[in-house]
Design a protein around this ligand. Structure first.
Ligand SMILES: Cc1cc2nc3c(=O)[nH]c(=O)nc-3n(C[C@H](O)[C@H](O)[C@H](O)COP(=O)(O)OP(=O)(O)OC[C@H]3O[C@@H](n4cnc5c(N)ncnc54)[C@H](O)[C@@H]3O)c2cc1C
Length: 313
């Protein structure tokens, strides 16, 4: 016989009963957070402040998502002039008090079910552990989209560390016509690279970047490039029949489809079930950014705190 009980988080007990009977006491937290980027970490900090327990699962070996390794100086964060994504994330992680909570890397949830008798979510983690949570929050972000496979010569998505090895004089085809493409074209030109921007339609960049592009004679801009063809080998890359040392693709983002792996967490109409939340880039914001993500995390933390207090009374 196997009896399953519930204890607070951190007390993962296996108690031998007489003969072959075993009682397994499952871990329980108020909130299971899936995704350890800006959104998940902000939520964790708010929940700690509100006195709620949480477990955060991050599938990569490091917390912080793509910003954690980014030396790009963040723009548009009031009060945080000249701080890199890496330093911003490091400060966030340092501020989190993990007492009664847990940050786990290289881990995710593989199975999630609602337990109507207990009114919570029964989760199986990728290491086989099980855990119960009263609320679930998905903060799985988005990944750069590219129809072309990332390789030694094909760079996909923003990040200074991805272009740092490009030398002055090397030819780079920048694919895309949005702010990321314009921003990186300008950085590459400053590094001395010979930059050609290939834009599918027209440029869609902010006025300030447009002005900088226009003033930069080192950047050639070709608009109306439909059906871009790209072939890469170890030495170079051929784009629209022209040879470059690198192609850098900035075609926007595709949001995480992680919630689709758990259809039981959605209603027939496609909305999230009660007790399940999504925050950050995976909510498909028109303009994804740190402030929106952190704001959503703060609002969801307050909402969860309210619901937990209400459910307990
Ligand atoms: C190079 C770069 C520069 C940027 N610069 C700025 C800027 O200057 N200003 C600004 O406002 N915004 C900037 N952004 C955008 C900003 O970083 C995002 O809007 C923000 O990070 C979104 O946070 P998030 O938590 O939703 O997603 P992310 O930060 O992407 O975090 C998602 C996390 O979830 C994890 N994950 C995914 N799936 C699973 C799973 N199944 N199980 C467990 N974990 C999972 C991922 O590994 C990742 O760690 C920049 C982005 C990049 C990449």
């Amino acid at each position: 016989m196997v009896l399953v009980g519930v204890v607070p988080f951190g007390q993962n007990l296996m108690i031998d009963m007489k003969n072959d009977a075993v009682t397994q006491l499952e871990r329980q937290v108020d909130v299971l957070i899936i995704g350890g980027g800006v959104g998940g970490l902000t939520l964790a900090q708010w929940l700690t402040g509100l006195g709620r327990s949480w477990c955060l699962l991050e599938r990569e070996s490091h917390l912080g998502g793509p910003l954690a390794t980014s030396e790009y100086v963040l723009k548009w964060i009031p009060g945080q002039a000249q701080i890199s994504g890496r330093d911003y994330l490091a400060a966030m992680v340092a501020q989190i008090d993990p007492a009664n909570c847990e940050l786990q890397t290289q881990l995710s949830a593989v199975k999630v079910g609602t337990d109507l008798s207990l009114g919570d979510f029964a989760c199986t983690l990728s290491n086989g552990d099980s855990l119960r949570a009263k609320k679930l929050v998905f903060a799985c972000g988005a990944t750069p989209f590219s129809p072309f496979t990332e390789s030694e010569r094909v760079i996909v998505g923003p990040g200074l560390q991805k272009i740092a090895h490009i030398a002055a004089g090397q030819r780079v085809a920048v694919l895309g016509g949005g702010d990321n493409a314009a921003d990186h074209a300008l950085i590459l030109a400053e590094m001395g690279a010979v930059v050609t921007m290939l834009v599918r339609g027209q440029l869609r960049v902010s006025a300030a970047l447009m002005q900088q592009l226009r003033q930069n004679a080192a950047i050639v801009i070709r608009t109306g490039c439909q059906n871009i063809e790209l072939n890469a080998n170890a030495e170079s890359v051929l784009v629209q029949g022209e040879r470059y040392d690198y192609a850098a693709v900035y075609f926007g983002y595709q949001v995480s489809q992680q919630l689709n792996a758990f259809p039981e967490l959605k209603t027939a109409a496609g909305a999230l079930q009660a007790g399940v939340f999504a925050i950050g880039d995976m909510t498909e914001p028109v303009f994804p950014n740190i402030l929106l993500t952190q704001g959503q995390a703060a609002v969801v933390a307050k909402q969860i705190d309210f619901e937990l207090s209400r459910d307990a009374s």
